[in-house]
Design a protein around this ligand. Sequence first.
Ligand SMILES: Nc1ncnc2c1ncn2[C@@H]1O[C@H](COP(=O)(O)OP(=O)(O)OP(=O)(O)O)[C@@H](O)[C@H]1O
Ligand SMILES: [Mg+2]
Length: 589
Amino acid sequence: MSSTQGRIKRINGSLVVAEGLSDAKIGDVIHIGSLKLIGEVVRIAGKDVSIQCYEDTSGIRPGEPIFTTELPLVAELGPGLMGGIFDGLEFSETEIWNLVGPFMKRGVKVNPLNRKKKWDFTPKVKKGDKVIGGDIIGSVQETSVIEHRILIPPTIGGKIFDIKKGDYTITDNIATVQMSNGKKKDITMMQVWPVRIPRPYKSRIPSTEPLITGQRVVDSFFPIAKGGAAAIPGGFGTGKTVTLHQLAKWSEAQIIIYIGCGERGNEMADVVTHFPTLKDPRTGKQLIERSIFIANVSNLPVSAREASIYMGVTMGEYFRDQGYDVAIMADSTSRWAEALRDISGRLEEIPAERGYPAYLAERIAEFYERGGTVITLGSKQRVGSITIMGAVSPPGGDFSEPVTSISLRFVGTLWALDTNLAFRRHFPAINWLMSFSRYTDLLVDYWSKFDPDWLKFRDRALALLEEASKIEETARIIGEKALPDEQRLVLLISEMIREGFLVQNAYHEVDAFCEAEKQAKILRLFIEFYEMINPLIKAGVPIDKIREFSSIVEIMRLKERKGLEWIDKAKEKAESEVDELAKQYEILS
Ligand SMILES: Nc1ncnc2c1ncn2[C@@H]1O[C@H](COP(=O)(O)OP(=O)(O)OP(=O)(O)O)[C@@H](O)[C@H]1O
Ligand SMILES: [Mg+2]
C-alpha cells in the first residue's frame, strides 16, 4: 500500500516532521519509521510535512523512512463490529491482547474486522433489481439481537447483476452491480469510510420522540430527544461515568457506542471487563450484543484520543444508515479537547483561551452535528438517529472553562453534575437548578399518552424545587421552625420530590430503571399531594401534623415498588389521612 517514501527530519514528542513526501495531503495516513507507527498529516509547510503520530515515538530517529498510504484515516464497517472493543484507530484491543498482551503494541497492526469469519448472508434483492446508494441488499444476523443490514455504498447505483446467498466473509463478493455506464462493481459486506467525513443522508428531520432512559431526573425533568445531544459536565468523582453507564444500559436505543476517550487506563479497563458481564435489561441477552466500545485501554499517547471520537461517530452513522437508533456516549470530551490542545501546541499554533486552539469550538460543533435524526439514503424511506451524550471534565468543576461553555452552545440538554450533591450522596448528582432541556416542548405528545397534563406537573414540580431552594436560604439564617407553615410545606414537598423521585439508585433491583408511565404517575401524585395539603395548612393545620402522615413514606417508597397499582393505593391513603385531619379541624372540603 505504501507509495511515496520520505525521511524523518525531526521528532517532537508525538509530532514528526518529514521531508520528501511530495504527494502527501492533509489527513493522509502515514507509516512512520521502521516500526511503521501510524500517524496522520496535520500540516504541510513547503517541503516539511508535519505528522501527528498516534503511537509512542520513543526509539524512532531522524533519517528513518516514512511512507504515505495516500489514504485518509478510515473505519472498516461491516459485520463483526458488534461486541468489539477497538482503540481510536479501530485496532481491535482484544485481537492485539491475544497477539502481544496489553501493553506492547507499538507497530503491531491487525485488521479491525475479522477477515476469516463467515457470515450467513440473506439477500433481499434479486437479479435485475434497480438499486441506489443506501439501499439494503441483504442482511446478516450479526448477534441474536442485531440484524446487520448490508447497504449499497453511497456512490454506487445501477442494476443487480449478481447476488449471492449463504456463508461469506466480509471481503467476499456478495453482489455485483451493473452501473448505468455499463461498468460492474463488486459489493462486499465491508465498507470503508474516512472517519473525519460525515456519512451522507437524504435529509435531517426534527427529533420529536424522547430517548427514554429510565432515569427519572433525565426523562421527566431534563429529557433528551432521539437524535438529540446532551452534555454532562461534572467535577472529579461526581458520577459522570456511572451515569453514562446507566444510560448505556437502559436507554431505549437499539445500538450503543461507548467511547472511552482517554480516561484513566484502569477506568477503561473497568468498562471493558464490566460491560461484557452486563445483562441487557431490554432483551434479556448480553448488552455487548448491541454495543461497540472504543477504548484506549493500553496506554496510547494523548494524540490517539483525538481520533477515537471520529471513529465512534462514524460507526454510529453506519448503523444509523441501516435505520437504527444509535446512542453514543463519550467519556470524556475534555480529554479529546486536551489532545487537540496538545497537537496544536506542538504545531506552535497561536493559542486561544486556556491554551486551546482557536478552532476548538468548530471541532466541538462538528462532533455534535454528526448526531441527529435523518432520512437515510436509499430508495425506500428509512429513518435513523444518533443521540450523543458527552461527559465533560472541567478542571476544578469550573463550568466556565472553554470545553464546558462551548459544549453548552451545541447541545439541547445539560445534565449539570454538582459536587455538593455527590458529596451528600444524592445520585445521580444532577443539579435541577442548573440543568436544562430544550426538547421538553417537543416531547409533550409522547408524555400525553400517560398524562395529558404532564408538562404542567413537570413545570410545577420544578417551580416548587426552585422555590424551596430560596426558602432554604432563609431557613439557614432563621431556622426552619421559624418559617411560616406554607413555606415549610414547600420544603416538605421538595424533600419528598428529591428523595422520592430525583434520587435514583443505580444498584437497586427495581429503582435502577423507571418506566415512563410510572414516572408520569408518581410525578403527578407529588403535585396532587401538595394541592391536597395546601388548603389544610391555609386553614391553620400545623405542618407537624402533616409530617406524621404514613402516606408520605408510602409515596416516597413508590420508586422501589414494582407495579403501578401502588401509586393509586398511596394516593387513597393520602386522601383518607387528609379527610381525617380535615374532620378533626372541622375544615369543610
Ligand atoms: N447513580 C448512582 N448511583 C449510585 N452511586 C453513584 C451513582 N453515580 C455515582 N455514584 C457514586 O459515585 C462514585 C463516582 O462516580 P464516577 O466514577 O462515575 O464519577 P466521575 O465523575 O466519572 O469521576 P472522574 O472525574 O474520576 O471520572 C461511584 O463510584 C459511585 O459510588
Ligand atoms: Mg469518570
